[in-house]
Design a protein around this ligand. Structure first.
Ligand code: BDR
Ligand code: CA
Length: 312
């Protein structure tokens, strides 16, 4: 099994991804580390705990970074995920307690406990990982790999024409994380926007798994309304589950290795410019961070995997 720490800002697609991880025997979730993003960090932590309680999974849920590395407080995505981060469904508050360790402290502690065993799956802004790198500069040697939902290699952004939300939300942190010397696999809008899900998909999840799938179906109604504006068919996207699916079955994806740069300037904030190896001879680019970017995904097989896992 793969030991992971799931770094998240729940969030509706985060919720769907968290349950997908819990339902997958190949994946052992050591804890949830939460970060501001879709919602403020205290809500992200409470939501993470609610999801664990609903799934009856007893793991630490930590609260992390509340603001971007540089600049003013973030604009949260309540218009995408609802006032509660769950599509305004009045889900009861959790009864348990948030872990006293910060998200960054938890990452460092686990990395020291299980050297080279842990993959960090980051599906929110990257502030917790950047802070963990500051707490423990040796972290890249202690971590197996970092799988990120974020960025856009060859397609447009979703917050601005060039930037994807997780990277845009904390571009300086993203730059720190990508510059560190560890294996990074990125799952951005090239693959996640390539696979829209119609409401019949969440109905199947609910049918197979009334508790977890039922929650996702209910929460996704508001989210689907947002994503369907101006479209002919009702649909939404489950971005955050993609880096987890890669851990279960890497053959679902085509990965392209290359160099990446994150823009921190105001206008292009959070842009991920990507040069596959061999496509640029510029010396600056040859020094840029190395990543594997997901550039293609097998739709039918990924959809089937989600459904099978919810059904377990
Ligand atoms: C990402 O931004 C958030 O709204 C989603 O949860 C996902 O992590 C998609 O750009
Ligand atoms: Ca997210």
């Amino acid at each position: 099994t793969h030991k992971i720490i799931l770094d998240t800002d729940p969030g509706i697609d985060d919720a769907m991804a968290i349950f997908f991880a819990f339902q997958s025997p190949e994946i052992e979730v050591l804890g949830l580390t939460t970060v501001f993003g879709n919602v403020p960090v205290s809500m992200a932590a409470q939501n993470g705990l609610s999801l664990c309680e609903l799934a009856e999974v007893d793991i630490p849920v930590c609260k992390g970074v509340a603001m971007p590395w540089v600049g003013p407080e973030s604009k949260y995505a309540h218009f995408v995920h609802g006032d509660d981060g769950f599509g305004n469904i009045n889900h009861p508050a959790p009864v348990g307690k948030i872990d006293p360790r910060s998200s960054a402290e938890f990452i460092v502690e686990m990395a020291r406990k299980y050297p080279s065993e842990i993959t960090i799956v980051a599906v929110g802004p990257l502030g917790n990982l950047a802070l963990a790198l500051r707490l423990e500069p040796n972290l890249p040697k202690l971590i197996k790999s970092v799988n990120i939902m974020g960025g856009a290699a060859f397609v447009a952004g979703n917050v601005t024409p060039v930037a994807e939300a997780n990277i845009w939300n904390d571009a300086f942190a993203a730059e720190i994380v990508l510059a560190a010397d560890w294996e990074v696999n990125m799952f951005g809008l090239d693959v996640t926007y390539d696979l829209p899900f119609q409401p019949d998909f969440t109905s199947i999840l609910a049918e197979k798994n009334p508790t977890l799938g039922g929650f996702v179906k209910k929460a996704a109604e508001f989210y689907t309304e947002f994503y369907s504006k101006g479209k002919e068919t009702e649909q939404c996207y489950f971005h955050d589950a993609f880096p987890l699916a890669y851990m279960i079955d890497p053959s679902l994806f085509e990965m392209t290795a290359g160099n990446v740069r994150v823009s921190t300037d105001k206008l292009n904030q959070g842009q991920t410019s990507f040069a596959p190896y061999g496509t640029t001879a510029s010396p600056d680019w040859l020094e840029a961070s190395s990543v594997n970017f997901a550039t293609k995904v097998d739709h039918p097989r990924l959809t089937e995997l989600f459904i099978n896992r919810y059904a377990l």
